[in-house]
Design a binder for this molecule. Structure first.
Ligand code: IDP
Ligand code: MG
Length: 176
């Protein structure tokens, strides 16, 4: 599906990657978080539970690799402190990124609005990591990079990025 623009404004149809991080899963916050996002009237077009590999974690957070908290951040998203699961979701709709980020709140849970997800449920650990429960793409460029990193096109009900079909030989696992 191509990007659509409404006729009356410059609002863009966007997609936004949301990750419910391992602390969000351990604290059983999935229901609350998805309920909160439903206020936006955006739709979920993809979802899956992921066991995050080091390769995926480092690629996802590559822009932070020089930061002193990087190693702890990688351990956190890989689930070393909570559970080795992340729930990955793709939200779709007009101005999806801004709408999602508003509900998520600021990066530092201590500075996030108390009613935002991070303000409500996040914490700063003694190791200095912001355990802030959710990830949300920051801008359209990052959203595209992240969605392409976490999902294959066929895992999404709608895509806004071009796709191509290729014939490849690969092993597929079936139920016995
Ligand atoms: P964002 O998640 O709000 O987009 P980023 O700067 O992209 O913020 O940082 C990615 C993640 O790295 C944050 O969600 C948080 O878990 C962690 N992080 C970012 N900045 C810091 C920091 O200064 N100290 C500790 N952890 C941080
Ligand atoms: Mg970010």
């Amino acid at each position: 599906m191509q990007e659509r623009r409404s006729s009356s404004s410059t609002m863009a149809v966007e997609q936004c990657l949301v990750l419910i991080k391992p602390d969000g899963l351990v604290k059983s916050l999935t229901g609350d978080i998805i309920s909160k996002f439903s206020e936006t009237e955006l739709i979920i077009v993809g979802s899956k539970v992921v066991q995050v590999t080091r390769e995926l974690a480092e690629e996802h957070y590559h822009h932070l690799r020089e930061e002193k908290f990087f190693d702890e951040l990688i351990k956190y998203i890989m689930g070393e402190y909570h559970t080795k699961r992340v729930l990955a979701l793709v939200y779709h709709g007009e101005n999806a990124i801004k709408k999602v980020r508003k509900i998520v709140g600021l990066t530092n849970p201590e500075l996030a609005e108390p009613t935002s997800i991070r303000g409500k449920y996040g914490r700063v650990t003694s190791k200095g990591v912001f355990e802030n429960v959710v990830h949300a793409s920051e801008n359209p460029k990052e959203a595209e990079r992240e969605i392409k990193l976490w999902f294959r096109p066929e895992e999404l009900v709608y895509t806004i990025y071009p796709t191509e079909a290729k014939n490849v030989a690969r092993t597929i696992i079936f139920w016995k």
